[in-house]
Design a protein around this ligand. Structure first.
Ligand code: HEM
Length: 304
């Protein structure tokens, strides 16, 4: 079953993340009709949140609302929305043009909650200067990590999306060796530190250290303005459990050791979405609606 191509492709130079919530003015069916009509090229990934699937009286095995993760300093935000869109583009102007061409096809009255331009920095680095994505599984292993292999959801994927806000001033104030120990890699050559502390990010998240291994395909991209900067974290997986296990360990829920990332960064949003496979260039909605979108009763789309 073909999958959404934008999931497999590496981050483009620019992009845009959008989360959408239904409002009293616009209900699930008109939005689904519009999304079902979209031509999915290489540059658009679309996912549905649990509230949206529930509003359609449907069920996707394994999809649930983003939970509340807890660090010793308190709970992290869960901002589950109905629909998630991730645009890839050659440059920021094209990203916006692609986004607008998409939103113009949607019914009016929707709430665009997160509306976040993103970009590739310094050839694929986080704004701290560390390479991001090094240990992503490659080729067939990437497909195995990101997509459901068989059964009714074959070819589809689950995604965790989370906007992290960095305190880059604080990070810059750390001595170089402490910065490297925070990530667990050397910024100058990306080599993994042999003596990294257990709190180092790559120690907390080492995919093979989980049972079963927690392989995921990360497609995170930086964002920023003078006021606020960080990483728009995106991880695709054949299920959400792998993200959940890694996140719980990062938060210290497993052994009390909190990921050193929290010393300079915090998530401010978080959502889980199911990204359907593709049939004839469009979202394959059969696992959600066995009768297809045509089986939906006509609903009038309110004017914006
Ligand atoms: C501020 C947010 C984050 C930043 C700046 C960040 C940055 C990095 C960097 C620089 C690496 C090392 C290079 C690489 O293999 O990609 C890395 C690895 C990794 N990160 Fe993150 N990350 C963030 C959040 C997360 C979150 C929320 C998760 C999942 C819950 C995660 C999962 C992973 C995984 C699985 C690896 C590879 C570990 C391995 O197998 O070696 N990261 N991250």
């Amino acid at each position: 079953m073909p999958s959404q191509p934008a999931i497999v492709l590496p981050p483009a130079p620019a992009g845009h993340a959008l989360t959408i919530r239904l409002t009293a003015a616009t209900q699930a069916k008109p939005l689904l009709r519009a999304l079902a009509a979209l031509d999915l090229g290489d540059d658009l990934a679309v996912g549905f949140g649990w509230p949206f699937v529930q509003a359609l009286s449907a069920k996707i095995e394994g999809l649930r609302a983003f939970p509340v993760y807890t660090t010793p300093e308190g709970p992290l935000p869960a901002t589950q929305a109905d629909v998630w869109v991730y645009v890839r583009a050659t440059d920021p102007g094209t990203a916006l043009a692609e986004l607008l061409s998409l939103t113009r096809q949607l019914p009016g009255g929707l709430d665009f909650v997160e509306d976040q331009p993103v970009f590739t920095y310094a050839g694929g680095r986080d704004l701290t200067g560390y390479e991001d994505g090094t240990e992503n599984p490659k080729a067939d292993a990437a497909l195995a990590a990101a997509f459901v292999a068989d059964g009714p959801l074959a070819g589809s994927s689950f995604v965790a999306a989370q906007r992290w806000v960095h305190d880059l001033v604080r990070f810059a104030g750390m001595p170089g060796p402490e910065q490297d120990a925070t990530i667990g890699r050397a910024r100058k050559d990306n080599a993994e530190l042999t003596e990294a502390p257990p709190s180092a990010h790559v120690k907390r998240t080492a995919q093979e250290s989980y049972d079963p291994p927690a392989f995921m395909l990360r497609r995170s991209m930086p964002y920023g303005t003078a006021k606020e900067q960080g990483l728009y974290f995106v991880a695709y997986g054949a299920d959400l459990d792998r993200f959940e296990r890694v996140m719980r360990r990062m938060c210290g829920e497993e052994d009390g050791t909190v990921d050193a990332l929290f010393r300079f960064s915090r998530p401010v949003t978080g959502g889980y979405y199911w990204c359907p496979a593709v049939a004839d260039g469009k979202l394959d909605l059969r696992p959600m609606l066995p009768t297809g979108v045509d089986g939906l009763p006509d609903v009038e789309v309110p004017a914006s």
